[in-house]
Design a protein around this ligand. Sequence first.
Ligand code: EPU
Length: 338
Amino acid sequence: MADFLEFYPLRPHNTLGFDVTARYAVPVRSEDDLVQALDDARVASRPVLVLGGGSNVVLTGDLDAAVLLMQIPGYRVDTVSDGEASLVTVGAGENWHATVLRTIADGLPGLENLALIPGTVGAAPIQNIGAYGVELRERFHALRAWDRQTRRFVTLDAEQCAFGYRDSLFKQAGRDRFVITAVTLRLPRRWQPALGYAELARGVAHLPAPRPEDIRDAVIAIRSAKLPDPAHLGNAGSFFKNPVVSAPLRDALLREHPSLVSHQQADGSYKLAAGWLIDQCGFKGWREGCVGVHDRQALVLVHHGGGSGNDLMALAARIADTVAQRFGVRIEPEPVVI
Ligand code: EPU
């Protein structure tokens, strides 16, 4: 039977390090734990929040909620019948980065571009994690989840998960409906390096034939140089999504701001670098009381300690308003605000 912890401090469970409590917290170590916890009156009568690594949430105050601390373990490798790929099924509570390292050590490359992303495996599909030219959806086979509406375990494939840029079913129509318990990754046997991201390509340019291990190490080096370690400085990675705008709007902005950073999308629209927009407004390294903007990456908001999620959201609103005034483009927060 799952343990119920009362007035449980969540500070170690969110990488921004906000000091809030949950009315109940329940460690979930198996699918049975999960179903039992959800059936308990203390959980059924309250909002439910599933926390993995807590690396993509902003907790704005004490929660009269039941927090499920997702800790389901598991790691299993299968080979698909045609031998073209390995399917790696991983428990939702496993650490994402540890999983990346383990697959590479097992001779199953494909996740190296996604090294050092904080959080758990179960959280990865929710925002379709992506970095250095690879998104989770490109390595995704299926996931298993408890459907709170039909009270059954279901298997959802990539199409059903409706992945988008930092988006999925689980942030849209399926929000609060599904609890992910395991994710199956599809890692093709025939490995090809993904070096489309210029800074990463430069990082391995001295190697005639970079191996997955070399790419993993280059990604770790780039991330460590730019992104703060949550163990030392509270943060939730990129705080805003890169806004997508039409080609005419991007062209107009480029005429006015020749150093604008933008990337064309498959449909002809452009993704603008939100970090650049924020940087241009002078916020890099900005501090407002206990919260601020990272001094090496303007897209990352930080918590220096002693502040609240509301302080951070006030700063985020101010940044978004300033960017909108200056560039006429609205930037949206990426983490889930609770
Ligand atoms: N830039 C600035 N000033 C800044 C930050 C960025 O001018 O303070 C400009 C740089 O010129 C740079 C461009 O913006 O060329 C893009 O920056 P970067 O390459 O660091 O990537 P990003 O767009 O800031 C995105 C993801 C990251 C991911 C990197 C690498 C989003 C919201 N963020 O960041 O994901 O690691 O690309 O692929 O899409 C996360 O989601 O938490 C995250 C860290």
